[in-house]
Design a protein around this ligand. Sequence first.
Ligand code: PYC
Length: 322
Amino acid sequence: MKPYQEVRVIDSHTAGEPTRIVISGGPNLGNGPLSTRRAKFQSDFDWFRSATMNEPRGSEVIVGGLLCEPYFDDCVAGVIFFNNVGYIGMCGHGTIGLISTLAFLGEIQPGVHQIDTPVGVVKAELLASGEVTVINVPSYCHRNNVEVELDNGEIVTGDISWGGNWFFLVEAPEFDYSIAGIPSLTTYAKQIRKAIDNSGITGRNNQRIDHIELFAPPHSNDSHSRNFVLCPGGAYDRSPCGTGTSAKIATLYESGQIREGELWRQESIIGSTFDARVNLVNGQIIPSITGTAFVTADSKLILDPRDPYVHGIASSTCLTSP
Ligand code: PYC
């Protein structure tokens, strides 16, 4: 018996944004519904999330996914997504990373696959080209034109929308949407999130709006928009953000700015793209997001109990490791 725990992970990036799928060596969460398993993960094994996501094994940029047996027989896999500070409902780039990881492992072939998540079953199609189309959860705009006041008195107007996570969508074309502009965009997005938190404004059912998405015109003539997305853990999304793009196109559709099936090509702050479309199913907006992921590592993390940082360097004090 080895004096340390081994965790097999497969890392990938989707349009520049990293995903780390835990293949084996993760916690045993039982075989109930994924939402129940996520609650157990959070209450009993939060140290594992921190160990795999925080430095020195991870970083605030990575989104993790624990590969699980699905609860529903017609799903090919289950997944619980998390990051350096907690758990996220759905993750568009992470689902594309997961599908590419399952293909890398030889577990799936091109075709449509169902994935079980804590917020519902998601479909994803692996195309022969290697691209992946995620058929997301129902998405919608909760409130239009909401005003928040920043500490400096500036009033910012945005839409509160759901695309599998909560977003505050703001048109902010005055910034530099290139790598050089990232520090200013990050500061501005953090000021907006602080103002939202302080004002008590939330998504449906009092849920926290933890993603801020800023928009400007695209750099390429083939795209429709460029964005900058601040994630809950403080990092910016290198990809155009699958759930954020879903929230955006649902909002555009509801306000009559795009039609069902029309292409919306969203550029990220690094210039990578997702192709998005609104599909209507039983009156609900079901966004589809197409992108590509590449596997970057198939490796083993070592969790050595003698290591003082075995559970990661976290700002959180809620770790419940034995
Ligand atoms: O692609 O949905 C996404 C996502 C959420 C957080 C980071 N990426």
